[in-house]
Design a protein around this ligand. Sequence first.
Ligand code: SF4
Length: 391
Amino acid sequence: MCNSQSIYIHIPFCLRKCAYCDFYSETRLSLISDYLKALEQEIDLRAQLCGSSALPSHGPAPIIDTVYLGGGTPSLLGVTQIGQVLQTVRDNFRVSPDAEITVEINPGTVDSDYLTGLKGTGVNRLSIGAQSFDDAKLAFLNRIHTADEALKTIDRAETAGFENISLDLIYGVPGETRAAWIKDLEKALDRKPSHISAYMLTLEPGTPLADQVKQGDFIPFGNDMMSLLFKMTSRYLTQNGFEHYEISNFARGGANRSRHNSRYWDLTSYLGFGPGAHSYDGAVRSWNHRSIDGYITDLSSGRLPVADQETLTLEQKMAEFIMLRLRTLEGLDLDKFQDRFQLQFEKKFEIILSRILGEDLGSIENGRFFLNLEGRTFLNGIVETFSAEIL
Ligand code: SF4
């Protein structure tokens, strides 16, 4: 993990659970201060394990150039607390002066003073969980905020001086019409965000929404409608100046892509802190306990809160690399594949490739294999086909 250039920090607190969410989060906000102590210990401990080369006064060492505070709801922490977390990172790792530092913000949890204060801590990118600008849709999703609060949060973030703002939106909510979804996108574009993440609603087992479906309260959209909405989203945002650079992500120009998430799609190493957080060093993936209580107990005894780890086989890495790269606009670089796996991609997957190319779902151009928009609607099936060939 010591070769990582990216750090993810999980802030596992939420005011209440959204109906579709299966992320690990806690509503016991009274644990925040104990949690932050434990988090500081984890950052400290991992930096020590990486040796002195991770420290700012020593070098050379990989320079951290992305830090991402996700959740949960990181904006439930005070500005001083976020500043302290970032300072702990800077005290323990070499952080580039122009690192991308992102914090996820939930509308309804922040005001103008908060956002101005946040800017002062060095945070330079906000990911605002607007999800929709339709009150009925927000209520259905059990979000804590209204459409008006989401819009005001974006305006306040701009006034506070944030230029790099990403909006999270969800589509495919039962009963949602195509016109209603386009209206959501229009309202998002009115605010001129630099980045949009548009997620298809998925029904994760054990969530209230999945239970409602089981009880017959509503019927979710099928694949056809979801594919239609996906393609519509891509075309609409592309026509409005965004590049569809990853299956759910759109940037207003290459400079506005999420540098942090792009690392994941490249299968490069990263360090994750907090309950449930994963770390990867290019060979071993490890993950922390999901429970905040177990996390705090381990760290208070000086132990890393690791639940388990696995060493990825070459085949697993290959399957993951293909899965991640096919999510992206650029797709898979054939030379990079050969360097990583000592295999010629076109030879190894000749039959699968001829089917994909024959059905006009993708192309090979300029040394890259990528799926087109139609192909990306079949992403899961295509990835499964590659995996079945490898594993
Ligand atoms: S705010 Fe985010 S992490 Fe918290 S419950 Fe809602 S979707 Fe899940």
